[in-house]
Design a binder for this molecule. Structure first.
Ligand code: ADP
Ligand code: ZN
Length: 299
């Protein structure tokens, strides 16, 4: 038998469907990405044919989609495979899975973008081998993917743990940006909230300690809640705002303070390896989509 090292032998399609761009890729079951393209997210009538044309002649066995949401990932639901109440109006109530199934004729896996990242890290990355982990993205929005007992958490849809209600920082007078809850985690700590609170883009505020103290305070509260609710063995952070690497020690310190010694496990003894940055070079999403494709193929 010819040894192929860690190479896979499948051809799988991956689509990271974002509100601003669509990343389409071809790879294998080991998470290896052979090729990829990116295109702007316009209206379905324009963008879908472009993506279908890309995948159509690539001989893929299955496609995995990690999608902006909210979405309906419940196979038993009438609107399974739809992007549901997204603020991107042309994509509201759009059956993205149905469209790909019809045109490509192969199995299609479907989940949220952040669940795909959680799956990528759990399958190929820093959470490989752990039975329970959480992935949090802090970017234009905030979302969490939960990998639990070997699969992604869904329930009636998917967690919306970015909209967690948090305690306000005593020095924060900003009202919050979430149109539903105002001062939920996303409303107070996503990139656009930072920008509106301080009147400058988050990336330009790197040298302002107060900005990151307040940010760490909110993220730490969320992580404490995730620890309490899901009992993860590790929490991974990603998204544009987490490029501010000074946040990590600040979040860990605040987290320790808020947890107040209540939970004692070997994982929590070492917060440097409990609360960690993404490990797959920002490919966790696309690699997670390859795994979604593989799972769809396996039924
Ligand atoms: P999206 O969430 O749209 O997929 P990102 O994860 O890149 O995309 O998040 C974009 C948000 O992250 C923006 O609000 C932007 O201001 C913020 N951001 C991007 N780069 C940085 C940075 N270096 N430092 C702080 N914030 C950043
Ligand atoms: Zn909210």
């Amino acid at each position: 038998m010819q040894m192929r090292g860690n190479e896979g032998n499948m051809r799988l399609g991956a689509l990271e469907a974002g509100g601003t761009k669509m990343v389409c890729a071809i790879g294998d079951e080991t998470g290896k990405v052979f090729e990829r393209i990116s295109m702007p997210t316009k209206i379905p009538e324009e963008t879908m044919p472009e993506m279908i044309a890309y995948f159509k002649d690539k001989q893929i066995e299955a496609l995995g989609i990690g999608c902006f949401g909210p979405i309906d990932p419940d196979r038993k639901s009438q609107t399974y495979g739809y992007i549901t109440s997204t603020p991107k109006l042309p994509w509201q109530n759009y059956n993205i899975v149905g469209a790909f199934e019809k045109e490509l004729g192969c199995p299609v896996g479907f989940d949220t973008d952040v669940n795909a990242s959680a799956l990528g890290e759990a399958t190929f990355g820093i959470c490989k081998g752990l039975d329970c982990s959480v992935y949090l993205t802090v970017g234009t929005g905030i979302g969490a993917g939960v990998y639990i007992n070997g699969s992604l958490l869904h329930g009636m849809m998917h967690p919306e743990a970015g909209h967690l209600l948090v305690r306000k920082h005593p020095e924060d007078t900003y009202a919050g940006k979430c149109p539903f809850h105002h001062n939920c985690l996303e409303g107070l700590a996503a990139g656009p909230a930072i920008e509106e609170r301080w009147g400058k883009k988050a990336a330009e505020l790197a040298d302002q300690p107060k900005v990151w103290e307040i940010e760490a305070y909110y993220i730490a509260q969320a992580l404490v809640a995730y620890t309490m609710v899901y009992s993860p063995r590790r929490i991974v952070l990603g998204g544009g705002v987490m490029h501010q690497t000074q946040l990590y020690p600040m979040i860990r310190e605040k987290y320790r303070e808020l947890l107040a010694g209540y939970i004692k496990t070997k994982e929590l003894e070492d917060l440097d390896s409990y609360i960690v940055p993404y490990s797959l070079g920002d490919d966790q999403g696309i690699m997670g989509c390859l795994q979604l494709a593989l799972l769809a193929l396996q039924g």
